[in-house]
Design a protein around this ligand. Structure first.
Ligand code: NZQ
Ligand code: ZN
Length: 385
C-alpha cells in the first residue's frame, strides 16, 4: 500500500426532512447567495424547504447555473458575491450547481485570472467563501469532495480543478429528492458513481484488500439496485442506497493508498465539450473500450472485478474479457448508449480532437502506468464511434 493522507472536513447530513437543518449550520447574520440551476428545485418542493430554512438570513438568489456549468455564467455570480459582500454560498442542485458554486466560492477572492484556476494554477487559491450544499442528484460525489469541473464553450474546454478550500462545510442529502429525477439523470447517476469506483480500482493489485473490498461493495450495491432505482425512483430505500453509494464512490476514501486511472473521465470530458453528451453517458461509451485497449496491463484487477462483482468463472484472461462485456451489458440494461454515433451527428473530428487536446495540454502518459498516450486515447475514441 502507498503512503497517504486523508482529510475530509465535510459534515454530511443524511435523511428525510433534513433540509430544515440548513439554519443550524449557517451563522446567523450571514449574507447568503442561494445558487441553483435551471429551475427543477422550484417544481419538486426543494426550493420551498430551502427558503423556509433561510427565513432569517439576508438571501440573494442566483439561478440559471446550467448542466456542465459555464465559466461565463459563474463569473456573473462571482461579480454578485463581490458586490454584495456575500459570506456564505448555499448550492442547491446536482453536480453542476455544486461544482459551479465551488468555483464561485474560490474565484471571488482570487487574485489573478480566474480561468487560470482551471488550467493548472489551483494551488494559488488562498481562500474560499464558505459553502454549504443541498444535493438533488446522486451521481458525482462532489457533495463530499474538493473537486470541481467547469466548462468554457468559447474555448471548447471542460476542465477540472481541486483545492482544499472547495470542501463544503456541510452537505444535506435527502434521498426524497430522487423521486423527481428524470430517467435520463438517474441512469447518468448510476453509471457515474459506478465508473468513479472503477477509475480508482481497475489498475493493478497494490496489497490493499480493504480498499478493494469497499470498492467492490459499492459496485455490487450499484449493480443490484441500478435498474430498480431507475424504475422506482420514489422508493425511499433504493434512493437512499443510490445516494450513499454515489457519495462513497468519490469522497476520497477508496482512493487512499492505491493507484488511480482517470482516463475514462478525461476522454469523456472531451465528448461533452464537443457534442454536449451528458457526463455519465460519455463514461458508458468510453469505459469499456479503454479496458479492452488496456486489457494486458489491467488484467489482474479486471479478473478480480469479474469474479467478485459479476461472479464470473474461468482463467484470468477469460474472466477479464467477460467482465468488460458484462459491464457494458449492465450499462445497456440501464438504458445507456455505448456508442458516440448514437448521440452525435457529426463525430468525424472526435478522435483527432482528443489527440490534439491531450498533446496540447502535455497529457502524454496518463493512467496508473502512463500507458494512455494521445495516440491511445485517439484509438479508444475510434473504437467508441
Ligand atoms: O438545472 P436544474 O433545473 O436543477 O436541472 C438539473 C439538470 O438539468 C436536473 N436535476 C437535478 N436534480 C434534479 C433534477 N431534475 C429533477 N429533479 C431533481 N431532483 O438534472 C440535470 C443535470 O444536472 P447536473 O447537475 O448537470 O448533473 P450531475 O449531478 O450529473 O452533474 C454533472 C456535472 O458534474 C461534473 C460533470 O463533469 C458535470 O459537469 N462532475 C463533477 C465531479 C466532482 N466535482 O467531483 C466528478 C464527476 O466525475 C463529474 O465530472
Ligand atoms: Zn464522473
Amino acid at each position: 500500500m502507498d503512503n497517504f493522507e486523508l482529510y475530509n472536513p465535510v459534515k454530511l447530513i443524511f435523511g428525510k426532512g433534513e433540509i430544515s437543518k440548513i439554519s443550524e449550520n449557517i451563522d446567523q447574520g450571514s449574507r447568503v447567495l442561494l445558487a441553483y440551476g435551471g429551475g427543477s428545485i422550484k417544481k419538486n418542493g426543494v426550493y420551498e424547504q430551502v427558503k423556509k430554512a433561510l427565513d432569517s438570513y439576508d438571501v440573494i438568489e442566483f439561478g440559471g447555473i446550467e448542466a456542465n456549468p459555464q465559466f461565463s455564467t459563474l463569473m456573473k455570480a462571482v461579480e454578485v458575491v463581490r458586490k454584495e459582500n456575500i459570506d456564505f454560498i448555499l448550492a442547491v442542485g446536482g453536480g453542476s450547481v455544486i461544482d459551479g458554486s465551488k468555483f464561485i466560492s474560490v474565484a471571488a477572492p482570487f487574485d489573478g485570472d480566474e480561468w487560470s484556476i482551471l488550467t493548472g494554477e489551483a494551488d494559488k487559491i488562498k481562500a474560499g467563501i464558505s459553502l454549504g450544499t443541498v444535493l438533488t442528484l446522486p451521481a458525482t460525489g462532489t457533495e463530499m469532495n474538493s473537486g470541481s469541473v467547469v466548462s468554457r464553450k468559447e474555448l471548447n474546454e471542460k476542465r477540472a480543478f481541486g483545492s482544499p478550500f472547495c470542501f463544503p462545510k456541510f452537505s444535506i442529502l435527502d434521498p426524497g429528492v430522487v423521486a423527481s429525477l428524470p430517467v435520463r439523470q438517474l441512469r447518468n447517476g448510476v453509471v457515474d458513481a459506478f465508473v468513479h469506483v472503477l477509475e480508482q480500482y481497475i489498475t493493478y493489485p497494490n496489497n490493499a484488500p480493504l480498499q478493494d473490498r469497499i470498492a467492490e461493495g459499492i459496485l455490487i450495491t450499484l449493480s443490484e439496485i441500478g435498474v430498480d432505482v431507475i424504475t422506482n425512483p420514489d422508493d425511499y430505500d433504493l434512493a437512499s442506497n443510490l445516494m450513499w453509494s454515489a457519495t462513497m464512490a468519490l469522497n476520497g476514501l477508496i482512493s487512499r493508498g492505491v493507484p488511480a486511472d482517470w482516463g475514462t473521465h478525461l476522454i469523456g470530458h472531451e465528448l461533452t465539450s464537443l457534442y454536449g453528451i451528458d457526463h455519465g453517458q460519455t463514461l458508458a461509451i468510453i469505459g469499456p473500450n479503454l479496458y479492452y485497449k488496456l486489457l494486458d496491463s489491467k488484467k489482474e484487477k479486471l479478473a478480480q472485478f469479474g469474479r467478485r462483482v459479476w461472479k464470473l468463472e474461468g482463467d484470468d484472461e477469460v474472466v477479464a474479457v467477460n467482465a468488460i462485456t458484462r459491464t457494458q451489458e449492465f450499462y445497456e440494461s440501464l438504458g445507456l448508449k455505448t456508442k458516440i454515433s448514437e448521440l452525435a451527428d457529426d463525430y468525424s473530428q472526435a478522435s483527432q480532437t482528443v489527440f490534439d487536446k491531450f498533446t496540447e495540454r502535455n497529457w502524454l502518459k496518463l493512467g496508473e502506468k502512463g500507458l494512455i498516450t494521445p495516440q491511445l486515447a485517439k484509438e479508444i475514441v475510434e473504437m467508441s464511434i
